[in-house]
Ligand binder design. Structure first.
Ligand code: SF4
Length: 398
């Protein structure tokens, strides 16, 4: 490993993509397939293991991992034994710190209580459950496969299985969703004593059934922008009142429960990405794996007896960009300003050897004048107005 590599350039985080879902939600444009047969899933699992083994030859593989995140798709659709196998593959090719954060995204109703016990024993420490809304009629409208009571059962079972960190996702800006619905969903989650919450506004992504319905004029009850902003602030305020502090634009957490894996992204640090369409940021390069299942399987296909150690770890990926110093500075601002703590003068100067105010002095002055940023002794961060106009702020750093 190069001695010149700085702390933030040494990857200690792994993202694994599991691209299977029972049924596609009507708003979703993530890469995931509904109704896959078990043969495809088994082939995928084998390829994923081979990709992980191949990555064991990378120069940083000896540095213990601090976070692992199984995302998707619906990772909880894989049998727990398969998830355990993937964790074992990671533990063989890499090392794990004793307090590694190992997260699994799950859909309510996809995990049996015994599965949760197996997963906890396998080493998973954190579970992130997609509720979206506590009103079953809203869940049906967006094509979710579960109801609110499935969520309750999954949370209870996760706690009984020994999970000490439970996260949930909720959405606002849904068609037909009122401010009361948003308040009730937030309270529902607080009643379940979740430790971490992510909240996302609905985006009508091209090519999704919901976007098509909107284009046909069938979503007349979509909340307008102002209502959506009110919903957003209501969620953040209610959570803060209950002890879940906002720490990022879309995330609030109890003390000690911030998602360490996602912080890696927001702090512009390096990470490995394995699986179909997974992205990685390694050695100053952003790469993306192919989005074609057949290509991915072909890239990491091996007869069972043949080891993939020594194989090209980038066999399924292509280079997106080489991040030079200038680009890394911009990214640190863009991503770091998502955090409630913002970007600190010390961190910026420590990383780049240039004071933040020297590199971005004028831009920051202008944003402070417009009331979008605050600057104090520590660094810079978004104001309340800046939160609402975050994209406008971010544009200044690209
Ligand atoms: S469960 Fe998640 S990944 Fe799967 S279709 Fe729904 S939103 Fe998309």
């Amino acid at each position: 490993m190069s001695h010149e590599m700085m702390d933030w350039q040494i990857p200690t985080a792994v993202y694994l993509h599991i691209p299977f879902c029972r049924q596609k939600c009507l708003y979703c444009d993530f890469l995931s397939f509904a109704g896959c047969d078990s043969a495809t899933m088994a082939d995928y699992l084998a390829a994923l293991e081979h990709e992980i083994q191949a990555a064991g030859s990378l120069p940083t593989a000896q540095v213990p991992l601090q976070t692992i995140y199984f995302g998707g798709g619906t990772p909880s659709l894989l049998p727990p034994e398969d998830l355990r196998r993937l964790l074992q593959a990671l533990a063989l090719s890499f090392q794990l710190t004793p307090d590694a954060e190992i997260s699994l995204e799950a859909n309510p109703g996809t995990l049996h209580p015994d599965d949760l016990k197996t997963l906890r024993q396998a080493g998973f420490t954190r579970i992130s459950i997609g509720l979206q809304a506590s009103q079953d009629h809203l869940l049906r409208r967006i094509g979710r496969i579960h109801n609110a009571s499935d969520f309750s059962k999954t949370v209870r079972a996760a706690r009984a299985a020994g999970f000490r960190s439970i996260s949930a996702d909720m959405m606002f800006g849904l068609p037909g969703q009122t401010l009361d619905d948003v308040a009730d969903t937030t309270d529902f989650l607080l009643d379940h004593q979740v430790d971490h919450l992510s909240y996302y506004g609905l985006i009508l992504e091209d090519g999704t059934p919901l976007a098509a319905a909107a284009a046909r004029g069938e979503l007349s009850d979509l909340p307008d922008d102002e209502t959506e902003r009110t919903q957003y602030h209501l969620i953040r305020r209610r959570l803060a009142d209950a002890g879940l502090e906002p720490y990022e634009i879309s995330s609030s957490a109890r003390s000690g429960h911030r998602c360490r894996h996602h912080l890696v992204y927001w702090q512009g640090r390096s990470y490995y990405g394995f699986g179909l369409s997974a992205h990685s940021y390694l050695y100053g390069q952003r790469r993306a794996n192919t989005e074609r299942m057949t290509d991915y399987l072909a890239a990491f296909h091996h007869p069972a007896e043949q080891s993939s150690t020594g194989q090209n770890p980038f066999a399924a990926s292509s280079l997106l960009e080489t991040v030079d110093r200038e680009e890394a500075m911009n990214e640190m601002m863009l991503l770091g300003l998502r955090l409630t703590d913002g970007v600190s003068f010390n961190d910026f100067a420590g990383r780049f050897g240039t004071p933040l105010t020297v590199r971005y002095g004028k831009v920051i002055d202008a944003l402070v004048d417009r009331g979008l940023l605050v600057r104090d002794d520590r660094g810079v961060r978004l104001t309340c107005l800046g939160l609402d106009l975050a994209n406008l702020v971010f544009e200044q750093f690209v």
